[in-house]
Design a protein around this ligand. Structure first.
Ligand code: ZN
Length: 141
């Protein structure tokens, strides 16, 4: 049912004004200014609903609920994206730490960070902000 989206589509990022009108202030702050929602406060940190988690800005399919797990962090955590090119990474040296920032592979929205303490099979923990995600529940739940 979920329409597959091709991440190689040409994508034109909406203007800040358009995004401000479409997103909540928290969604805008997290995705456009690399903000972080408070742990245990986001919409999806404890969600177990089956479905696809999409980028809240451009609706690219990012994560499947099958790869979501309880990391105890208070943020929605996944051990891998739907495909490697869905999530871009770059080194983040803010706050006096060296971390790996995770960004939407299409629109560049800030999603969260990747840590090397995740479960098998990848060992990665994609620690996301609920504010960056939009869950599309699957039909057969
Ligand atoms: Zn996006």
């Amino acid at each position: 049912m979920a329409d597959t989206q091709d991440s190689t589509d040409t994508y034109e990022k909406p203007s800040d004004d358009e995004l401000r009108s479409r997103l909540t202030p928290e969604q805008f702050e997290v995705t456009q200014n690399a903000g972080t929602e408070r742990a245990f406060t986001g919409t999806y940190w404890d969600t177990k609903t089956p479905g696809i988690y999409r980028c809240v800005v451009c609706h690219l399919d990012l994560f499947e609920s099958d790869t979501k797990y309880d990391s105890g962090s208070g943020w929605p955590s996944f051990y891998k994206p739907i495909a490697d090119d869905r999530v871009a990474t770059k080194t983040d040296r803010s706050l006096g730490m060296v971390r790996v920032e995770a960004l939407c592979g299409r629109c560049g929205a800030h999603l969260g960070h990747v840590f090397p303490d995740g479960p098998a099979p990848t060992g990665d923990r994609f620690c996301m902000n609920s504010a960056s995600l939009d869950l599309e529940p699957s039909d057969d739940d």
